[in-house]
Design a protein around this ligand. Structure first.
Ligand SMILES: NC(=O)c1ccc[n+]([C@@H]2O[C@H](COP(=O)([O-])OP(=O)(O)OC[C@H]3O[C@@H](n4cnc5c(N)ncnc54)[C@H](OP(=O)(O)O)[C@@H]3O)[C@@H](O)[C@H]2O)c1
Length: 425
């Protein structure tokens, strides 16, 4: 029986989940893989924190050097999260000749190039299955199962908190605040949910995925990021009337003139496969040039699914499987600015109902090459403010933005900031 000694950095939700999983699966791993994983030491911040029953508290330390300098430790698992001290610890581990497994999407998205470059230079491995999609084997699928493909697009629901909120708004008739409160009560959202609902968590995951799929660095700051705070109950209702639901999508596309990488609330046709992904579930749809579309679906967060992904990296490491990034593509494509994309749009105007309002708005849109495909105007009472909903054909974002800027300037007729949501598929 081969023993593998693991240095664990972090014993929070996922670190605790991994500790328990390793002890639960000990005879399973011995039988199946001929290895025994042993956690040798665990780094935490607060030595006084009450932990869980069954933990060997003698393993805990707040001194990282006790782990990084221990020659008996074979591999490091980083489950602290965030940039610092996680980055410093990973770099030190690599420099000290240890391979690293991490679930840290924020770090990989924002500082991953430095880490991957160093790992390559030192001939060390960095595994990161748990950084995207929790328990869904999305990195492995890209790296192995789809390795014969050029990936042309990725559409993903990669944040369970947002998907839960939007599902509750759609099926539970809740407004955004009530749905967020419920997500917090059920443990699907943090006390400070901004990282999730403002799209940053999804952008981190998309940057990691697109880096692997498109074989080139994807600077996180160039991923367009729009969250779901501004989605109103009425948008969900109007979208339904047109045959759509609203999802927060992570979108990356390889186009001839560059790469699109964006996080955005999106109108998705009700019969689209991603429209059926509800609650806190995640799903990622790849389009490969040979295989066509592939959908991965499952639990995108939580201790058990995420620890399952970390452990699969440990098992791969024990088998000597490499985790190196593929060589970069020949010539990196530029990341397209959001103003250059072509999309269809849902527009909601808050209009003081007066004769000619629709034709004035349509006139401005027409002047900016925006052609309308559908209209909903709710019951009208002259002199009141009513929502006017338009769907457009494909138009350039910069044209529609300019048209909306002009329309929003028509203060005698437009009574609130107009809303724009992109339509996909
Ligand atoms: N939660 C999920 O569902 C999920 C899903 C996928 C990926 N991930 C990723 O998994 C990683 C861990 O997430 P988590 O939810 O487990 O985080 P967490 O619950 O906040 O746990 C963080 C752990 O790191 C320790 N720590 C924090 N700062 C430290 C420092 N300066 N020095 C030493 N230890 C420090 C904490 O110590 P104390 O215990 O002493 O406070 C804690 O044990 C993150 O990268 C996250 O993005 C999480």
């Amino acid at each position: 029986m081969r023993s593998i000694h693991v240095g664990l950095l972090g014993l929070g939700q996922i670190g605790s989940g991994l500790y328990k999983l390793i002890s639960r699966k000990s005879s399973f791993c011995e039988r199946r893989y001929g290895v025994r994983f042993e956690i040798s030491k665990i780094l935490v911040k607060n030595l006084k924190k009450k932990r869980f029953p069954g933990l060997n508290s003698r393993l805990i330390t707040s001194d990282a050097n006790q782990i990084l300098d221990d020659p008996s430790i074979d591999v490091i698992v980083e489950l602290i999260g965030g940039i610092l001290p996680a980055k410093k610890l990973i770099i030190e581990a690599l420099r000290k000749g240890k391979d690293v497994i991490t679930a840290n999407k924020a770090l990989l998205a924002e500082e991953g190039e430095e880490i991957f470059t160093l790992a390559r230079k030192l001939d060390r491995q960095v595994f990161f299955e748990a950084s995207v999609g929790g328990g869904i084997p999305v990195i492995k699928t890209l790296r192995e199962g789809l390795s014969a493909n050029r990936i042309d697009s990725i559409l993903g629901i990669v944040n369970g908190t947002c998907n839960y909120i939007l599902t509750q708004m759609s099926h539970g008739g809740m407004d955004f605040d009530a749905a967020l409160r419920q997500a917090q009560e059920k443990g699907f959202a943090e006390a400070d949910p901004s990282f999730d609902i403002d799209g940053i968590d999804s952008a981190h995951k998309m940057a990691v995925l697109a880096r692997l799929a498109f074989e080139q660095p994807i600077p996180f700051r160039e991923v367009y990021c729009e969250g779901i705070r501004h989605i109103a109950e009425q948008d969900i209702t109007f979208a339904k009337d047109f045959g759509y639901c609203i999802k927060l999508l992570a979108i990356a596309k390889r186009e001839k003139d560059g790469i699109e990488a964006r996080i955005q609330p999106t109108l998705v046709p009700k019969d689209h496969i991603l429209a059926k992904v509800d609650g806190s579930f995640n799903a990622i749809l790849f389009d490969g040039d040979e295989v066509g579309e592939i959908l991965l679906y499952g639990k995108g967060a939580g201790p058990e699914p995420t620890a399952s992904a970390v452990m699969s990296d440990l098992i791969d490491w024990s088998k000597g499987i490499e985790s190196k990034l593929p060589a970069d593509g020949e010539k990196p494509l530029k990341i397209k600015s959001i103003s250059t994309i072509l999309s269809r749009y849902y527009l909601r105007f808050s209009v003081l109902d007066q004769p000619g309002a629709l034709s004035k708005i349509a006139g401005v849109l027409g002047k900016h090459n925006v052609s309308i495909s559908d209209v909903i105007q709710t019951e009208r009472k002259s002199g009141t403010v009513v929502p006017l909903i338009l769907l457009t054909h494909h138009v350039h974002e910069k044209d529609i933005r300019e048209a909306i800027r002009i329309i929003d300037g028509m203060k005698t007729m437009i009574r609130a900031k107009s809303r724009l949501i992109r339509i996909e598929a």
